[in-house]
Design a binder for this molecule. Structure first.
Ligand code: NAD
Length: 279
């Protein structure tokens, strides 16, 4: 946990720290003595109090700044405050995100736009504001998904947003190198969080079966893998062995990957609709 290639981040700006992976990441950073500025729509008082109580190192702090990543001016103001209270960011991690899945022909326009706004435009807004407040040799990290590399059933909006995040990260990686800032993008498979609970409750069984190939990680497992990648400043970070294999196959042999998706999709679909004729 302490093998940082660069110096350990003193201050981290983190969106989506009020739940799931972001919250687990905030806890891990605080346990390592770091200060965290959390940007989220909301944060439960008892959670914030718990994080503050865990700050024991000299000068360590946790602040919550209510902010919506889809609002560029709001992000700018919130990060301006974070800089004032906690100093520049050694690490800035955009972890806020939203998943709403349905077969494309049943996915309302408004839902599609909402997912793109939070995941892709939100990543743009977070990065644009964070880059104004980065410490020298800082590290900017985006949260994408395996859905940003592989097209899965019912994930048209989510995949479009996450493929966009991977593209954004690719360009910023090259541009920001000139400024001494490293950029990474995290592409995990499924992780047991409230976002996944929502998908299990409202999503398709076929999608669940397809995505099961990559395995499901606990938040602690995912955070440990993400932290390792960040410590090493890897560009593309995928926690979990199975998810890593899928990422490698998809990027190195996309035809094989599509064949596997088609075969698994046909199997899952047949199991669910035995009488349906598939072309
Ligand atoms: P989560 O729902 O537990 O947490 C998401 C957080 O983002 C919440 O605190 C929420 O309030 C915040 N958020 C949502 N919209 C926001 C907005 N407009 N402005 C500011 N904050 C906002 O979900 P999670 O599973 O922890 O997801 C975190 C990230 O990881 C997301 O980007 C998600 O797409 C990605 N991801 C999740 C999984 C998974 O299976 N859980 C897999 C791959 C990638």
């Amino acid at each position: 946990m302490t093998n940082w290639n660069h110096r350990r981040p003193r201050v981290t700006y983190l969106s989506g720290g009020g739940s799931g992976i972001g919250l687990g990441f905030a806890k891990a950073l605080i346990a390592q003595g770091g200060s965290v500025a959390i940007f989220d729509l909301q944060m439960r008082d008892e959670l914030l109090a718990e994080l503050k109580q865990a700050c024991v190192a000299h000068g360590q702090s946790v602040f919550f700044y209510p902010a919506d990543v889809t609002d560029p001016q709001g992000m700018d103001s919130a990060m301006g405050l974070a800089h004032l209270h906690q100093g520049p960011a050694d690490l800035a991690f955009n972890c806020a995100g939203l998943m709403r899945n349905a077969v494309f022909t049943e996915l309302p326009f408004e839902t599609f736009v909402q997912v793109i706004n939070v995941n892709l435009i939100g990543s743009r807004n977070f990065a644009a504001s964070a880059l104004k407040h980065m410490a020298s040799q800082g590290h900017l990290v985006f949260m994408a998904s395996l859905a940003g590399i592989v097209g899965s059933y019912t994930q048209a909006a989510y995949a479009a947003s996450k493929f966009g995040v991977v593209g954004l990260a690719e360009v910023l990686r090259a541009e920001q190198k000139l400024q001494g800032i490293d950029v990474s993008v995290v592409c995990p498979g499924e992780i047991q969080t409230p976002l996944l609970d929502y998908e299990r409750e409202h999503g398709s069984d076929v999608t669940r079966q397809l995505n099961a190939v990559a395995g499901v990680l606990t938040v602690d497992q995912a955070v440990a893998g993400i932290l390792r990648g960040i410590q090493r400043r890897q560009f593309m970070i995928t926690p979990g062995f199975k998810a890593k294999v899928i990422r490698a196959v998809a990027r190195k042999c996309s035809t094989l990957q599509r064949w596997i998706v088609d075969r698994n999709l046909a199997r899952s679909f047949r199991a669910k609709h035995p009488s349906a004729a598939l072309r």
